[in-house]
Design a protein around this ligand. Structure first.
Ligand code: 8OZ
Length: 373
């Protein structure tokens, strides 16, 4: 393996990639009220198409799966039509893009649900913290537990969303089973108190993620489907960890490995925090899965080069640095300075903090006094 293989082309599942640098899924909350992407999103993703792989922001698989205002959807024909220019723009620029399939579960609010319904969850346990509604930040509403007879319909909604993602021209899909949303609420014994086939034992708690991945793989082919996990994250709704993260997620990784998926994508530590590698053996997860592995969280240039060089990761995902550096792969290759993203423009709003970060070339043109826009 060459020392700088981070910058070499390769393949993730069936998807050819120009380098091993991934843009993490990043919620930006700039879709319209119905969850349709706008021309601004086309520009945003196009600007970042030099990533080996772009993973879209988390995208609602159903109206029920929606927990934040202005996040995009993939459950209507209008959503498909609004995503299509995004995938076309990325492909025209030589990039590859997969859609992240998302259901928030209990991290939602009645005001975001059809007819003001209660959000759904494995068990009727209310989340703390906040979610972003049309009238500002609010505590998630009291959820109701999904009935056992609703689960096949829920899996069908993932199937429908995956089918629509194909129609929208994506290269594959990633199942969001991380960050304490619905699928992870099922995995953890802190949020899953069910006594049916989807609760109790580790086998039962990991069943929904497995069945969703299998259903989506039936539509896409398993080599175009990835799964994202975050065993150590407590972010959404202040969700406590599982009582045995290593055992539970190790079992799940092994089980997902039987599907021959494109990749396993792990947030190695607390999402948006530091890596906590000492507290958890992510390489054991990678080995249990047995397929390709995308590492994420707290990677800088040196760590990413090392991880790919050592074979600890096939690709490395960058989040915040991709917000502020549309040409991140080129900057990493040159070891050029990175711009820093402004948190106040992470969520919501328009072009500022979204499509107005400059590439190195644009910065240089700026310095010479030749403003390019
Ligand atoms: C930030 C704000 C809202 C949602 C995640 C989809 O953490 C998210 C998210 C991130 O996975």
């Amino acid at each position: 393996m060459q020392p700088e293989s981070l910058f070499l082309p390769g393949k993730i599942g069936a998807i050819p990639v120009a380098n091993r640098i991934v843009m993490s899924p990043l919620t930006r909350a700039r879709a319209d009220m119905e969850g349709k992407q706008t021309a601004l999103a086309v520009e945003y993703y196009r600007q970042r198409a030099s990533a080996g792989l772009l993973i879209t922001e988390a995208t609602n698989i159903s109206r029920q799966g929606r927990g934040y205002a202005f996040t995009p959807g993939i459950y209507t024909d209008e959503h498909v039509a609004a995503w299509r220019p995004v995938t076309d723009a990325v492909h025209d620029a030589g990039g590859r893009i997969v859609l992240q399939l998302w259901h928030v579960g209990r991290i939602s609010h009645n005001s975001l649900q059809e007819h003001g319904n209660a959000p759904v969850a494995p068990s009727a346990i209310r989340a703390g913290q906040t979610t972003y509604t049309e009238s500002g930040m609010q505590q998630p509403s009291q959820p109701r537990a999904l009935r056992s007879d609703e689960i096949p319909g829920l899996i069908d909604e993932y199937r429908n969303a995956a089918t629509r993602a194909r129609l929208a021209g994506f290269d594959g899909v990633e199942v969001h089973s991380a960050n304490c949303y619905l699928l992870e609420q099922f995995i953890r014994d802190s949020t899953n108190k069910r006594d049916d086939a989807y609760g109790g034992s580790v086998e039962n708690r990991t069943r929904l993620t497995f069945e969703v991945a299998r259903a989506v793989a039936d539509i896409w082919g398993s080599d175009r489907v990835g799964v994202r996990l975050s065993p150590l994250t407590m972010s959404a709704g202040d969700t406590p960890l599982d009582s045995d993260p290593q055992g539970t997620y190790g079992y799940l990784a092994d089980r997902l490995g039987t599907l021959g998926l494109a990749y396993l994508h792990c947030i190695e530590g607390q999402t948006r925090g530091d890596n906590a590698k000492d507290a958890f053996d992510f390489q054991a997860l990678r080995r249990a899965f047995g397929g390709q592995y995308i590492a994420n969280n707290g990677y800088d240039r040196e760590k990413a080069i090392q991880a790919v060089k050592d074979g600890h990761a096939d690709m490395v995902a960058f989040g915040r640095s991709f917000i502020a550096n549309p040409d991140l792969p080129e900057r990493l290759r040159l070891n050029a300075p990175l711009a820093v993203a402004l948190p106040e423009t992470f969520y919501g709003g328009g072009a500022p903090g979204y499509t107005d970060y400059l590439t190195l070339d644009q910065q240089t043109a700026d310095l010479r006094g030749h403003r390019i826009w």
